[in-house]
Design a protein around this ligand. Structure first.
Ligand code: ATP
Length: 246
C-alpha cells in the first residue's frame, strides 16, 4: 500500500515561494489502478516524482508497505519495488534495447523470447528493435514504448507511468491499453498512470484530478469523467455557450 501524508512541495523563485503541491494526502491500495489526470501544470508529474524519489517534498511523509521511504534514494525505492516511466524518457547511447531490458529485469541471461514478450506488450517487434541502440535514432514514440517495456521487465510492485500515450500511434496505444488491463486483472502490480486519455481513465479503479497542486476530485471513472467535461467547458465561455445551446 502506498500512503502519502500531507505532502507539500514548494520552490523559491526570485523573491517568492511557489507552492507546487499543497498538503496532499492519499492512499493507494495494493493492485489498484489509479489514474492522475488534470490540467497541464497541475502537479501530476511532480507528485509522481516525489513518490519515486526524484523530487524531495518540502513537507510530508511517504509510506510504502508501511515503511517510511520519504528520505530514501531512487535506488533504494527501486529495490523496494517502485518504478517510474518518464514523460520524456532518457536515451542511452551505446546501450541496446536488449541490454536495457536485461538490466531492467535483473536477469543477466534474459532470453530473446522474454524480451520479445515485453516488446510485444507495447506493440514492438523484437526482431526490429532488440539490437538497436536506445539513442537519438529512435523516434519519440519508439523510445517511450521501449521505456514502458523496460518497466514491465522490472516486474515492479508499483509501476508509475507518466503519460504513456504521449507520441504513441493508435495501434500501439490499443496494445498498451490491453497490457494495462491485463496487469490490472492479473493483480500483479499496483499502477499509477498519469493520463489525459479517456480510454486509460476508464480503466481506473480510482481517478484523481490534480489541479493547482491539490486533489480537486476523486472517484470512479463514471463519477469523474462528466466532472472533467464540466470543468473543461467551464473554463471556456465559447464552448460553454455551445453546450448550453445543445
Ligand atoms: N523545480 C521547479 N521550479 C519551478 N517550477 C516548477 C518546478 N517543478 C515544477 N514546477 C511547476 O509546477 C507546476 C506543476 O508541474 P508538473 O510537471 O508537476 O505538472 P503536470 O500536472 O504534470 O503538467 P502536464 O500535464 O503539463 O505534464 C508547473 O507549473 C511547473 O512549471
Amino acid at each position: 500500500m502506498l500512503e502519502l501524508k500531507h505532502i507539500s512541495y514548494s520552490v523559491r523563485e526570485a523573491d517568492e515561494t511557489l507552492g507546487i503541491l499543497k498538503d496532499i494526502s492519499l492512499t493507494v491500495d495494493d493492485h489498484k489502478l489509479v489514474v492522475f489526470t488534470g490540467p497541464n501544470g497541475g502537479g501530476k508529474t511532480t507528485l509522481a516524482k516525489i513518490i519515486m524519489g526524484l523530487v524531495t517534498p518540502t513537507e510530508g511523509q511517504i509510506l510504502w508497505n508501511g515503511q517510511d521511504v520519504t528520505h530514501m534514494t531512487i535506488t533504494e525505492r527501486a529495490k523496494l519495488g517502485i518504478s517510474y516511466g518518464f514523460q520524456q524518457p532518457p536515451r542511452f547511447k551505446g546501450i541496446t534495447v536488449r541490454d536495457l531490458l536485461t538490466i531492467a529485469s535483473g536477469d543477466e541471461k534474459l532470453s530473446k523470447d522474454k524480451c520479445c514478450q515485453y516488446l510485444t506488450k507495447v506493440g514492438l517487434c523484437a526482431n526490429d528493435y532488440l539490437d538497436r541502440e536506445v539513442d537519438v535514432s529512435l523516434s519519440g514514440g519508439e523510445v517511450k514504448r521501449i521505456e514502458i517495456a523496460s518497466i514491465l521487465a522490472r516486474n515492479a510492485d508499483l509501476m508509475i507511468f507518466d503519460e504513456p500515450e504521449a507520441g504513441i500511434d493508435l495501434w500501439s496505444f490499443a496494445r498498451l491499453t490491453e497490457t494495462f488491463e491485463q496487469i490490472h486483472s492479473q493483480g500483479s502490480a499496483t499502477m499509477i498512470i498519469i493520463s489525459h486519455q479517456e480510454r486509460i481513465i476508464s480503466l481506473a479503479d480510482e481517478v484523481i484530478v490534480v489541479g493547482d497542486g491539490t486533489l480537486r476530485h476523486r472517484g470512479t471513472p463514471k463519477e469523474i469523467l462528466p466532472r472533467i467535461l464540466t470543468d473543461t467547458l467551464g473554463g471556456c465561455p465559447v464552448l460553454n455557450k455551445e453546450v448550453h445551446a445543445l
